[in-house]
Design a protein around this ligand. Structure first.
Ligand SMILES: Nc1ncnc2c1ncn2[C@@H]1O[C@H](COP(=O)(O)OP(=O)(O)OP(=O)(O)O)[C@@H](O)[C@H]1O
Ligand SMILES: [Mg+2]
Length: 258
């Protein structure tokens, strides 16, 4: 994963609950930055990295994710006090998504790009990483140059807010899955499992978990320091990947029962 240095805070994204901002970096790129100092805290940034890179690794389209190094002095010229506060609370590494200029939020009514196999793949993936943020009201899918891109994985892997009985958690269905924006278009989720589970190998899981920097993995009462947390994420995702066989069948069965 690349690291870039922020050179300018351009503008806030008013619609984002986590106060993301458009930031220019020293590679002349523009990035949608999620700040470490936002209310969601550093675990949301870990989720952006692990879930976003896992999506990419199994073949789903996600804008490039980078680490963005922020110098708090960037805040000095900011007129908005809340932007100054956010930047001051986010020194060092933060997470940026390559900005897709002119992209539009996916609309289930207006867009036809989501074919049944792709839709099933996204449903399967969101179940794997326990991502609830893909509802019709808040799809977190962008259309750009006639392709769909998945964004905003900060609410995934929510087991990490408590690490309470993660083995049992990994077996449970995602409660919000029936409300998934792509479920009505999705083909068989069991077929998606057959396509994608073989790509989410233990090695792939380990490689995406390793991308989360120590700076976001402050000691946790239950699972310890950065290495303990990486081990917990690996174990959770491997167990969930296995559980997805049954979970996918159950989703298909419940839809056909309707
Ligand atoms: N890579 C990108 N390119 C262009 N626009 C983007 C990109 N990432 C995010 N956006 C825009 O910024 C908005 C907020 O981003 P995002 O959904 O990641 O933040 P959030 O704070 O987690 O949002 P929320 O909690 O409201 O879902 C998106 O809805 C989208 O309109
Ligand atoms: Mg969002």
């Amino acid at each position: 994963m690349r690291t870039v240095r922020a050179t300018r805070y351009v503008t806030p994204f008013r619609e984002g609950g986590s106060l993301p901002g458009l930031v220019e970096a020293d590679d002349d790129g523009l990035y949608v930055v999620k700040f470490r100092g936002a209310a969601q805290g550093p675990r949301a940034l870990v989720a952006e990295i692990i879930a976003g890179e896992l999506a990419r690794a199994i073949g789903l389209p996600v804008p490039e994710i980078v680490l963005v190094d922020i110098d708090p002095a960037l805040a000095d010229d900011e007129p908005d006090p809340w932007v100054r506060e956010l930047l001051a609370a986010s020194p060092g590494l933060n997470v940026g998504l390559d900005f897709l200029p002119g992209s539009l939020t996916y609309s289930p009514m207006a867009d036809s790009q989501a074919d049944p196999a792709f839709s099933a793949d996204v449903v399967w993936f969101d179940s794997l990483v326990t991502n609830s943020d893909r509802s019709p009201r808040n799809p977190n899918i962008l259309t750009w140059h006639r392709r769909l891109y998945l964004i905003d994985h900060g609410a995934s892997l929510y087991v990490h807010h408590t690490w309470h009985d993660p083995d049992a958690h990994a077996e449970r269905p995602l409660p919000t899955l029936p409300d998934h924006v792509l479920l009505p278009r999705a083909g068989s989720i069991a077929d998606a499992h057959a396509r994608l589970a073989p790509r989410a190998t233990a090695d792939v899981i380990a490689s995406v978990v390793d991308m989360a920097p120590d700076a976001f993995l402050a000691a946790d009462g239950h699972v310890g320091g950065p290495e303990g947390q990486r081990a917990a994420y690996r174990r959770y995702l491997e167990r969930r990947r296995s559980a997805q066989a049954q979970l996918s069948d159950d989703v298909d069965r419940s839809r056909h029962a309707d």
